[in-house]
Design a protein around this ligand. Sequence first.
Ligand code: GAR
Length: 207
Amino acid sequence: MPTTRSPQRLVVLVSGSGTNLQALLDACADPSYGATVVAVGADRDGIEGLARADRAGIPTFVRKVGQFSSRDDWDHALADSVAAFEPDLVVSAGFMKLVGEDFLGRFAGRIVNTHPALSPSFPGMHGPADALAYGVKVTGATLFVVDGGVDTGPIVAQVAVPVEDDDDTEELHERIKVAERQMLVENVGRMAREGFTITDRKVRFGA
Ligand code: GAR
């Protein structure tokens, strides 16, 4: 995707504490970062991720699955809400829903997601717990371009994190998140400033 406007417009989707969102907000405060968060969307109310957006003066929207008569209707409404902010890139940062066909079609190749495991290992909702249960010694985080699968899209970046013998899920996830936030900020910034291409699953920076 060639970079056409600067700063690039980011819509960030969250479901929880929003520390990845906060890392992006902090990075975007520097004009040389090349991106700006224009809106934050969520699938639930009352989360710290939305409070972070409010404190930063950034518009928010909430689209709950339960408010709609079908998952497709929810997907369509979510896509409409995102589209209203004309994003160059949609960043799913701890958004605990899979988007559907309509959403994927409208923002094809422009949605990235950060996942707390080293893909293709441990996809899904419980990356740190699954890594711990398997007994791996190294796990990490993966930034990828979203496709129709569960955490299967072309990989933008990965970072490795050691698993310690006495880790519980929370400790491991917190260690992953420290590395994950840095990876997210660094690579979303590069996508915004340099553009990127995807060929045979290989994501490369540059127009
Ligand atoms: C992050 O570790 C993110 O990778 C994970 O939720 C956390 C959100 O933290 N996402 C998933 O597990 C999606 N499958 P945050 O709300 O503090 O940014």
